[in-house]
Design a protein around this ligand. Structure first.
Ligand SMILES: *Cc1c(COP(=O)(O)O)cnc(C)c1O
Length: 457
């Protein structure tokens, strides 16, 4: 399959380029040049497959030039062998709604599903080409843990994770800092998540530095993550769709997870609406409901993994809406950068064919956790509560699957606020509490961070 950048679709790239680069040199995101839909009988053939076999069928067409199908099948089963659910994910009932539990991986959030596979893709590639790379990533909590778990101990690579000091939950921090593999480096930055992201961007953009250390990234714009996430939309449809189109409601930050649902729809999966559920950092809700895509300052909330100013993967949707015209997309992106972009009515109508949106503030989120606990005797994490609340507010609970993106024990304070109970880690993760933590505290200073990286490798 050939890929192009959303900002220049004249040049072709292979999956290997796309996977290793993450972002195109022109600042655009990689997308497939064209997508082949599954025909009806091809979809029917996927019906009874196990999660792993289904993953191979969905992912292989996107990466065929990178490895053989047998190699892919082997890496998929290796990636998911340590999940606490036999079939990787689970689906439960919540009244009229279905809940797709995506948090049964090693670090208790959906990001494990893509990241474990990416870790094995790296190992496969580096094992053959013998190039040592340094992966640097900023996290507001979940990405860093998932990346470290997927990459710790792998040969020929180091993983550096920048997190905002004292701004993530202790469980989130411990899941990153308790590892003693020599290729894992945690940096606690005296600043917020935006500062961490800006430091990583500055390192990427410093060509001399990023070339010198052979820098790579695993953030949510990486196309490999998107395709790995599309799989569970298919899986859910085959388990609970009963032949009818499903609506999916997705707690959304960077628009990666929900874009994977959009990709599933483009691949031919019967999907009705995709509901974008946000917290009060509601740029996407404002955009989809009324065309307003102006950035505001990020506010910290009790759903930290959705605290974003701008949703990077939205560029992929805009490229589609602009009929794959990369010149126009480039122009739109520069307007977005200057904070002067408004989605026009024609484009908004196109977006609304596939998407709708809703927002929950912090109080509503806590109330929703409480209500769900009262009604159904289960505890959901705050991000999942935003998803459930959004589907309820919109009255779209019929044939609707809400993605449950994290285990509630990762956000103990909010759970405590809601139901006055502490939520324990699953037994298999109890060891996390007693392990020694290791991280470097650094000021929000690009030179200090760069020299720490240089001196560590
Ligand atoms: C990352 C994350 C999200 C947001 O996913 P995007 O792909 O950035 O939209 C939602 N919930 C949890 C728990 C997360 O870790």
């Amino acid at each position: 399959m050939n890929y192009v950048s959303t900002r220049d679709n004249q040049k072709n790239f292979t999956f290997k380029d796309v996977f290793l680069k993450g972002l195109a040199n022109d600042g655009g995101l990689f997308v497939p040049k064209s997508i082949k839909q599954f025909k009806k009988d091809e979809l029917n053939n996927l019906y009874n497959l196990s999660y792993n076999d289904l993953a191979a069928e969905i992912i292989y067409p996107f990466i065929g030039d990178f490895m053989s199908k047998d190699e892919l099948i082997f890496l998929i089963s290796k990636s998911y062998s340590n999940f606490r659910s036999n079939d990787v994910v689970q689906i439960s009932d919540l009244g009229k709604l279905k809940v797709l539990e995506l948090f049964h991986g090693p670090t208790l959030a959906f990001k494990d599903i893509a990241m474990q596979l990416i870790g094995n893709f790296y190992q496969y590639h580096l094992g053959r080409d013998q190039k040592r790379i340094n992966i640097i990533v900023a996290t507001s909590g979940d990405t860093g843990a998932a990346a470290i778990d997927a990459l710790k101990g792998k040969s020929n690579l180091n993983i550096f994770v920048l997190h905002p000091n004292n701004k993530i939950s202790p469980v989130q921090r411990k899941l990153m800092t308790i590892h003693d593999e020599s290729n894992v480096f945690n940096i606690a930055v005296e600043g917020n998540f935006d500062d961490c992201q800006n430091l990583v961007k500055a390192m990427f953009n410093d060509e001399k530095f990023s070339k010198a250390i052979n820098m790579s990234g695993v953030n949510s714009i990486n196309w490999a993550r998107i395709i790995a996430q599309s799989v569970y939309y298919f899986y859910a449809y085959f388990k609970v769709g009963n032949g009818k189109p499903l609506t999916f409601c997705v707690p959304t930050g960077n628009f990666g997870d929900i874009y994977a649902g959009y990709l599933a729809k483009k691949l031919g999966l019967p999907v009705d609406k995709l509901i974008v559920a946000t917290n009060k950092n509601d740029i996407l809700h404002r955009a989809i409901s009324g065309g307003d895509y102006t950035q505001k300052k990020v506010e910290e909330t009790n759903t930290p993994s959705m605290d974003i100013q701008i949703a990077s993967n939205f560029e992929r949707l805009l490229y589609d809406v602009k009929d794959c015209n990369s010149e126009i997309t480039k122009d739109v992106m520069s307007k977005i950068k200057n904070n002067t972009y408004k989605i026009d009515k024609n484009d908004l109508d196109k977006i609304k064919k596939n998407f709708t949106s809703e927002m929950l503030d912090e109080n509503e989120t806590v109330e929703m956790i409480k209500t769900i606990n009262n009604e159904h005797k289960i505890v959901v994490d705050p991000h999942t509560a935003v998803g459930i609340g959004a589907a309820r507010k919109l009255g779209l609970e019929k044939n609707c699957v809400v993605l449950s993106t994290a285990h509630p024990c990762k956000f103990p304070q909010t759970i405590e606020d809601a139901i006055s109970k502490t939520e324990e880690l699953p037994d298999s993760l109890n060891y996390v509490y007693n392990r020694k933590e290791k991280f470097e505290l650094l000021p929000n200073d690009i030179e200090k961070v760069k020299s720490y990286v240089m001196n560590s490798i």
